[in-house]
Write a protein that binds this ligand. Structure first.
Ligand code: NAD
Ligand code: UGA
Length: 333
């Protein structure tokens, strides 16, 4: 399933920093970059001696000579030394979930998603890093009429998390708009990324876990909500293109342009295991939108990117990976 990434472009980073490298998307991105010949400094605050999920995420990477891991919290650590000679910074570190952002953890969202991003931007400016790719989110669009979301649409974030991601993205763009700023910023609005090592709070992980183990799945709402599910390899390919495409700048959607309902995902999972998931329906969660769907035109035009992995193949690959790692991935959040 992994796409072959070859450093054809002269803009391919020789040395890059990936923040959030012990996380789902960051670990895949770091791995793909190292395999393509980039020296990667992976930064994450998770303690690998106690956080088994983070350690497992990094297992494929840690033996590779081109990978250097740094355990550090961007809220307080010295960032400049991490950026020495970096051609690109991929800023994925964040507190990511939509639903818990209503609760007392909101301060952590603000600290990691906004304040730490500002610290990183100041360091990126001082160290004159030429390119910053920042992980934004489809959640900044909020409720839509069900059609495609275009980058120029007026954002209407519907959750505290989404507000912090919009602030993070706009902070990065404001930084880039300063006169004489040496850094080009690309803000990628990822649409619900799934695949091996997906976060355990996310729907696809939970549905596949339920299918494999027989444990019930809690469904928030009637399951007719739709997402532009984006396979991890496609998300990684777009992220690398955002650093290598010379003309890339500004906001770009990372989603294939079609979507599927949660019930369709459940149905694919059922068909793969040959039995039905036990679904326990609960109330919809406040801040969850009904539909997401990317307009992929700008990603295609600017990055030469398009989603390649269809939902059925992606779910199958995700399930195979989960089935191979039951001891790690059965710890649902
Ligand atoms: P993840 O939680 O697996 O990874 C994020 C990592 O960032 C974690 O390992 C965490 O420890 C680290 N981190 C958080 N705060 C930090 C700090 N202050 N200092 C150092 N490290 C810190 O999440 P993910 O699903 O891989 O998401 C990665 C990024 O993509 C996030 O910015 C998220 O908002 C964004 N995003 C994700 C999705 C998705 O579907 N997974 C969709 C849209 C946007
Ligand atoms: C996901 C990520 O979690 C966010 O980090 C990201 O910013 C966002 O995508 C994005 O695209 O921008 P979300 O779409 O809410 O957010 O993805 P899931 O957490 O997988 O939830 C999808 C749907 O499944 C939601 O309607 C949710 O309520 C539902 N769900 C989730 C359940 O019914 N049961 C669960 O156990 C978990």
């Amino acid at each position: 399933m992994t796409q072959q990434l070859t450093p054809q472009s002269t803009h391919f980073p020789r040395r890059a920093v990936v923040t959030g490298a012990a996380g789902f998307i960051g670990s895949h991105l770091a791995h793909a970059l190292v395999q393509a010949g980039t020296v990667v400094i992976g930064v994450d605050r998770r303690d690998l001696s106690t956080d088994q999920t983070a350690a497992a995420n990094l297992t494929p990477l840690r033996s590779l000579p081109g990978y250097i891991h740094v355990t550090a919290d961007l809220i307080g650590c010295a960032i400049d030394p991490l950026l020495i000679d970096a051609d690109a910074v991929f800023h994925l570190a964040a507190i990511p979930g939509v639903r818990p952002s209503w609760g007392p953890q909101f301060g952590d969202y603000v600290a990691s998603n906004i304040l730490a991003t500002k610290r990183l931007l100041d360091a990126v400016g001082r160290m004159r890093v030429p390119r910053l790719v920042v992980a934004s989110s489809s959640s900044v669009y909020g409720a839509t009429d069900g059609g495609h979301s275009v980058e120029t649409d007026h954002p209407r974030p519907a959750s505290p998390y989404a507000v912090t991601k919009l602030a993070e993205e706009q902070l990065c763009l404001a930084h880039a708009a300063q006169p004489h700023c040496p850094t080009t910023v690309v803000a990628l609005r990822y649409f619900t990324v799934y695949g091996p090592r997906q976060r355990t709070d996310m729907f696809t992980h939970r549905a596949l876990l339920a299918a494999l183990t027989g444990q019930p799945l809690r469904l928030y709402g009637d399951g007719h909500q739709r997402r532009d599910f984006t396979y991890i390899d496609d998300a990684v390919a777009a992220t690398i293109a955002a650093a290598t495409a010379p003309a890339a700048h500004g906001v770009i959607n990372v989603g294939g342009g079609s979507n599927a309902s949660l019930l369709e995902v459940i149905s694919i999972a059922n068909s793969l295991v040959g039995r039905d998931i036990e679904v326990r329906q609960e109330n919809p969660r406040h801040g969850d939108v009904l539909t997401t769907r990317a307009h992929p035109g700008r990603a295609h035009e600017v990055l030469g990117w398009q989603a390649r992995v269809d939902l059925h193949s992606g779910i199958r690959a995700h399930m195979q990976a989960l089935a191979a790692e039951p001891s790690v991935y059965s710890r649902a959040a």
